[in-house]
Every structure is written in structure tokens, then in C-alpha cells.
Design a protein around this ligand. Structure first.
Ligand SMILES: Nc1ncnc2c1ncn2[C@@H]1O[C@H](COP(=O)(O)OP(=O)(O)O)[C@@H](O)[C@H]1O
Ligand SMILES: [Mg+2]
Length: 306
């Protein structure tokens, strides 16, 4: 179990983390979702003991984290936000160096290198210079490096930024496989779709504070309006806008209007009847469940990607 207890961290006048407490149970796929500057990387760096908090502490399996405690540090693998590899060296050489940092050597290290290369599917490129890799391959190698010592907890700090869609999916599959085989994953992201797809539990972080946490469903259930009604923008529906506004509030997006029904229209059947009365064809109307983006908007008044 990983416990973050009342962590406070200032950088001069800026409060990067403001009394952050979270508990991450074994086997969880835990998401830390928040916009740029929310404090995600600062928290990761404090968890691994690389940065010291001003107050509060980190505990792993009820033992206090401390950078000198190598045994404890070995329980964690860390994939930093910035790729950190020796670009002039091959993948295999990189993994040798990282393995030695974790006191692995000889046949044991060789075996682990082969295993992690297979996991990230870079065996056939292991002798190539890392500089010639794509962004996604570099990221996968960075993940491989973090797994050499077989940690029970893996921290991934925005591992899909700058990665092509194919590698992104490979990273998702790999992390889900690791999680199913028992590893605890802590995953930071500013993409709500990633948190929804991957995480068994999500903490929403903003301006250094955890503003809400729970499963994705629990978070969405906090909203009064759990359904979103979208009406495609067409010349026809644009002309009807004033009439649609009688049903509720309109949020205009690039290609559709989001309709937030007023209190007179709590029943979906009533909303559809009203839209039908306007002769809006059914294929221009879509109902979908609210997302973590809506939760974030509701809690902060801002969009995640502002
Ligand atoms: N070493 C540092 N010195 C000064 N300010 C920092 C430092 N590291 C982070 N910050 C600031 O702390 C805040 C949180 O940053 P960070 O943890 O990197 O956020 P995130 O990873 O969520 O984007 C930001 O305002 C950032 O500019
Ligand atoms: Mg960051």
C-alpha cells in the first residue's frame, strides 16, 4: 500500500502541493488527473523520494519513504515525464546501465533485460542507437528500464505525451497487462479519456489540491446532469436554436450543441417529445453519459484543456 500523507510543497511563493493525502491500495490502477501545472510531477518526484516535501510524508507498506532506504525504493519503478535515456547508446546498453543502478548484474540482469525487452516489444531493435527510435519507442524503452528490478508499484508520469497512437495503444495494453499480473500502477495524465479507459480509481488534482476522488462512475454520479444531449449543428438546427433554448440551456461546441434540459424537462421522454415536435431528425440527436471532463468543469468551472 502506498500512502501519501498531508504532503505540502512550496517552490518559493508557489504552493505546488497543498495538503495532498491519498491512499493507493495494492493492485489498483490509480489515476491522477489534472491540467498542466496541477502538481502531478511534483507529487511523483516526492513519492520516489527525489524531492523532499515541506511537510507530510510518504509510506510504502507502512514504512516511511526515504531516499537512502534502497530496499524500499526498489518497491517502486518510475517512468518520468521527460524521456531519460542515453541517446547515443543502444537499448541493451541503456538497460545494462539502469539495471546496475538497481544492483542487478550478470545472468540475472541479462535475463531481466531480455524479459523487459520482450514486454515492450523492442527485442529486434535492441542493438540500435536510441536516438534513431520514434518517440513511442523511446517511451517504451523508458518503461522497460523502470521495470528491470521488478517493482511492485509502477509510477508513470504522462507516459503517452509525444507518442504516436499505435505506441499509445501498445503502452495501454502493456500497463493493463502489468496491472492484471498484480502490479500497482499510478498513472498521471491530463487526458480524461485515458483516466476513463484505464483507471480503477481516479483522483482529480487542481492547483496542488485533490479536489475529488473515486471510481469514474462515482465521480460522474456527483453530477446532477449525468446525461449529455448533443444536437448536431446543421443549417436546419441552427435556425431552430431559439426554440431548442425553450427546452434548456445550450452549450455551443464546434460541431454540435450540448443541451442541458431545464427543470421542466427532467424526463428524457419529455425532452425527446419536444425535440420531435420541432421535427429534428433522430439521427441528429445523441445522448451520451457525462465524462470526467464534465466532472472537472463542474468542480472547477474550467475545462481540463484550458
Ligand atoms: N523545480 C521547480 N521550481 C519552481 N517551480 C516549479 C518546479 N517544479 C514545478 N514547479 C511549479 O509547480 C507547479 C506544479 O508543477 P508540476 O508538478 O510539474 O505540474 P504537472 O506535472 O501537474 O503539470 C507548476 O506551477 C510548476 O511551474
Ligand atoms: Mg507533469
Amino acid at each position: 500500500m502506498l500512502k501519501v500523507n498531508h504532503i505540502v510543497k512550496h517552490f518559493e511563493n508557489l504552493t505546488a502541493l497543498d495538503n495532498v493525502s491519498i491512499t493507493i491500495n495494492d493492485g489498483e490502477f490509480y489515476g491522477l488527473l489534472g491540467p498542466n501545472g496541477a502538481g502531478k510531477s511534483t507529487l511523483m518526484n516526492i513519492i520516489i523520494g527525489y524531492l523532499l516535501p515541506d511537510s507530510g510524508h510518504i509510506a510504502i507498506d507502512n514504512e516511511m519513504m526515504n531516499f537512502e532506504n534502497v530496499a524500499l525504493r526498489k518497491k517502486i519503478g518510475f517512468v518520468p515525464q521527460e524521456i531519460s535515456l542515453f541517446l547515443e547508446l543502444s537499448a541493451e546498453k541503456n538497460l545494462k546501465i539502469f539495471g546496475e543502478l538497481f544492483e542487478l548484474e550478470g545472468k540475472v540482469l541479462e535475463k531481466r533485460i531480455a524479459e523487459v525487452l520482450e514486454l515492450v516489444q523492442l527485442q529486434d531493435r535492441k542493438n540500435d542507437r536510441v536516438n534513431d527510435y520514434s518517440g513511442g519507442m523511446k517511451r517504451r524503452l523508458n518503461i522497460a528500464a523502470s521495470l528491470l528490478h521488478n517493482p511492485q508499484i509502477l509510477l508513470c508520469d504522462e507516459p503517452t505525451v509525444g507518442v504516436d497512437p499505435q505506441s499509445r495503444n501498445a503502452i495501454f495494453d502493456m500497463l493493463q497487462f502489468l496491472n492484471k499480473s498484480g502490479k500497482t500502477i499510478v498513472y498521471t495524465t491530463h487526458y480524461m479519456e485515458e483516466a476513463e479507459r484505464l483507471c480503477s480509481k481516479v483522483a482529480i488534482i487542481d492547483h496542488g489540491r485533490i479536489i475529488e476522488q473515486g471510481t469514474v462512475l462515482e465521480l460522474i454520479n456527483l453530477l446532477n446532469q449525468k446525461d449529455v444531449i448533443k444536437i448536431s449543428k446543421t443549417p436546419f438546427t441552427v435556425k431552430l436554436l431559439d426554440k431548442i433554448k425553450e427546452i434548456g440551456m445550450i452549450n455551443e461546441q464546434d460541431f454540435h450543441f450540448e443541451l442541458i434540459p431545464s427543470d421542466n424537462f427532467t424526463k428524457k421522454s419529455k425532452i425527446f417529445a419536444a425535440l420531435e415536435d420541432l421535427n429534428i431528425p433522430g439521427n441528429l440527436i445523441e445522448v451520451s453519459m457525462a465524462t470526467l471532463e464534465d466532472v472537472f468543469l463542474n468542480l472547477t468551472g474550467r475545462r481540463l484543456r484550458d
